[in-house]
Design a binder for this molecule. Structure first.
Ligand code: AOF
Ligand code: ZN
Length: 385
């Protein structure tokens, strides 16, 4: 966990501060899934008006990571930024990257107070942004809605601190604990609202990962099919040790439109890898575990090196179990349906106990709510990074 800044002093944070930070977090969330390799930061500039606070500028880190959120918000505010309070989900940067640092821009435009969610763990920043602001006489408060900001930036934090992306695991479970029926292709377990929820997860993540078993059983597209959001489909990552992905699979025939990355073991037959490459898939090679399965940790670190910060896995059961057992699942979206699968059901986590995982102290329940006919249990690892 990122330590909360000692700059946060009790009494300095008001309810209004928390409200605007919540709004900045919602704004930041908009570009999760497409700001990578950068975090999707939210920034709001607020001035005191005669009838209460007035928002004069808003920004979210742009797709691809630049411009940064603060620069967009400052541009929108223009001269109105002078004397304003800036609410920023992540500490403003202090480094000269492709653009000058945001903390300098906030000083230059005359912002008088900066309220931050969490400090940036990136070694180029890590407190330097807050120091620069403070040195210029700006009032700095850090740690406002820190847990929520940490969850927003879990991908960035995890990748910067440990080199791998943040991993979400989404599973739709029948009332009798199954995710499908063997040999039956896709069985409708979740309701339409839960399916829409699953597709928003695809938008908010940069990559979607499934095992080869799912490709062979379902021939899925793994795209985002919410209206207008197809272009925000994630990169499709297939864990496929033996390169069994059929060249006719939908994820292969559409690989030139939406990227497909297939991860194989070093001994995967070249005769099967070749046609996948020819169809436009990118091939990665990861080690096998002692059990002969693909080493998901190796796979994830490779994704981290590519700049991927957030991955969602929709199973199947084997990959879900492997992620949980290896401590690689950081966020869980368990959708419980009242439907019953009955005979021939495929156990959700290849034998792991779902109820025990929901009670595991490694996770905390951050949300539990109805999704149409279903119930969502949303858990998040207590330790991020
Ligand atoms: C901010 N505001 O909106 C974002 C920040 O490669 P660069 O120069 O764009 O820098 C990337 C780093 O900047 C990234 O690792 C993270 O530390 C920070 N991201 N900072 O002030 C923003 N996206
Ligand atoms: Zn910046």
């Amino acid at each position: 966990m990122i330590p909360v800044s000692p700059r946060t002093q009790p009494g300095l944070v008001t309810e209004t501060d928390r409200r605007f930070m919540a709004a900045a977090i919602a704004l930041g969330r908009r570009n999760n899934g497409r700001a990578w390799p950068n975090p999707s930061v939210g920034a709001i500039l607020v001035r005191k008006g005669p009838a209460g606070p007035v928002v004069v500028g808003r920004g979210t880190t742009a797709p691809g990571g630049r411009p940064h959120a603060e620069v967009i918000a400052l541009g929108e505010a223009g001269a109105a930024a002078r004397g304003a309070t800036a609410y920023v989900t992540l500490e403003p940067c202090a480094h000269h990257g492709k653009t000058p640092p945001c903390s300098e821009a906030l000083v230059r435009e005359g912002v008088s107070r900066v309220v931050v969610g969490i400090e940036d763990p990136d070694p180029r920043v890590r407190g330097k942004g807050l120091d620069l602001l403070a040195r210029h006489g700006i009032t700095v408060v850090s740690g406002v809605l820190a847990r929520e900001a940490e969850r927003l930036h879990a991908g960035h934090i995890r990748r910067v601190l440990s080199g791998r992306p943040h991993v979400s695991l989404k599973l739709a479970l029948s009332a009798d604990g199954f995710i499908g029926r063997a040999g039956d292709g896709q069985v409708a377990i979740s309701c339409p609202l839960s399916k829409a929820y699953a597709h928003t997860l695809r938008v908010e993540n940069e990559a979607i990962m499934v095992g080869i078993g799912t490709v062979l059983a379902d021939d899925p597209e793994l795209t985002c099919r919410l209206p207008g959001l197809l272009e925000r489909s994630p990169i499709r990552v297939i864990a496929d040790a033996d390169a069994r992905t059929p060249p006719a699979a939908k994820i292969v025939t559409s690989a030139r439109a939406i990227p497909t990355w297939i991860v194989v073991a070093p001994d995967a037959p070249e005769s099967r890898v070749g046609p996948l490459m020819d169809a436009g898939c990118r091939i990665f090679v990861a080690e096998r575990t002692a059990l002969g399965r693909l080493d998901l940790s190796d796979l994830l670190f490779q994704l981290g090196r590519e700049g991927i910060t957030r991955v969602v896995s929709e199973g199947g059961a084997t990959i879900a179990r492997s992620l949980l057992e290896a401590g690689l699942a950081d966020e869980l979206h368990f959708v419980h349906s009242p439907k019953v699968v009955g005979d021939g059901g495929v156990p959700a986590l290849a034998g792991l106990n779902v109820a025990a995982i929901e009670r595991n102290p490694r996770f905390e329940v951050v949300e539990k709510r109805r999704l149409g006919d279903d119930t969502l249990v949303h858990l998040f690892a207590r330790e991020i990074g």
